[in-house]
Design a protein around this ligand. Structure first.
Ligand SMILES: [Zn+2]
Length: 188
């Protein structure tokens, strides 16, 4: 299929990918694909129109996402709930739980100052996947490594298989979603 060939070279503004489609006549659309926002415009749209439409679409997507993202306070409350329900023997609670732009990990916990960080890739994750990571990090308040005690407590989380599948799937998709190839020196 040649119709959807991108006419702009890959990611033009951070995580924004603009594609011009000859199939598209009038409407413009935008959607989230992993870490990037993909915007599809009619091939004939003028540069001036593009400059107006693209920021509008980005604002709509980001606004919609922000309204669906749990606040850091909600993350803290959820950890409290999960520990109460599944691991009442753990009485420690995090001092802070924060969203962080982490690409290599889903979450991290520093038991020394009782801080937990959660990857912002989970901002729109289904509840069971986010819960799984929150619970995992919360157990680290008590157990530093992934030893037998840690594993026993984590196994009380019912949807762990489903959650692992979601997280593995995301990582596989991220690996598959390589950045576009770019020529630094164009032939004259
Ligand atoms: Zn861990």
């Amino acid at each position: 299929m040649e119709e959807d060939a991108p006419t702009l070279p890959g990611i033009s503004e951070g995580e924004i990918l603009v594609i011009r489609s000859t199939r598209r006549k009038k409407s413009a659309s935008a959607y989230r694909q992993g870490g990037r926002i993909v915007i599809s415009l009619p091939a004939r749209m003028s540069k001036a129109e593009e400059a107006q439409v693209v920021p509008e679409l980005i604002a709509i997507i980001r606004g919609r996402e922000a309204s669906k993202t749990p606040t850091e306070e909600a993350l803290s409350n959820r950890i409290d709930q999960l520990l109460n329900e599944l691991a009442p023997e753990i009485t420690a609670r995090p001092v802070s739980v924060s969203w962080r732009p982490m690409r290599e990990r889903w979450g991290s916990c520093t038991s020394l100052d009782r801080t937990i960080r959660i990857s912002d890739r989970l901002k729109l994750a289904p509840e069971y996947a986010l819960d799984y990571v929150l619970f995992h990090e919360a157990i680290h308040l008590e157990w530093g490594d992934h030893g037998a005690e840690f594993t026993e407590v984590l196994s009380r989380f019912e949807d762990s298989e489903l959650a692992s599948a979601y997280l593995d799937g995301w990582e596989a998709a991220e690996r598959a979603m390589l950045d576009p190839v770019e020529l630094k020196k164009l032939p004259k």
